[in-house]
Design a protein around this ligand. Sequence first.
Ligand code: NI
Length: 193
Amino acid sequence: MRRVLLAAAAVLVAAAPLAACQREGGGGLAGGRVQLGGPFNLIDMNGQPVTEKALLGKPTAIFFGFTYCPEVCPTTLTDLTAWLKALGPDADKLNVVFVSVDPERDTPEQLRLYLSNFDPRIRGLTGAPDAVAKAAKAYRVYYQKVPQEGGGYTIDHSSSVYLFDAKGQFVAPIAYQSPPERAVSQLRALLAG
Ligand code: NI
């Protein structure tokens, strides 16, 4: 009996981060003029300071997550890589940004290593914990540390990719696991202005 209980507990622990990771924050963003985004002071994968001004002049797809994420972040980054490939050369006209909500573990070096698995045009940003918190708040991104049994932690976070125009105005989200043809057509529409 004890073994069964332990096995059940292990399943719960294993399932918790994924369930947590998939929780959607900032609902109701699909239509209308939503104020999203704002000033931030983060650092890039070379440790250089980056502000929101670096994203102006090109449309942007931005996503918040963390490199130790068990499923949602790698799935989204794999999807983004496929979408960029589908866009062809036009993908160069887009900023694609992955912002860490785990600044303790996601150093610039860790982001660089992790993102080397995906399209090289995806830029990683991290920063001081308070700077990350401020950026997440501006983008209405929910994230919360969740302790794991046996030590360590995972992070429960919003899972949408947010699209912005070249002036930094929020346009629309792409939902987690959106069908590829739909996501690519949203990106094409964004690039067309
Ligand atoms: Ni994640």
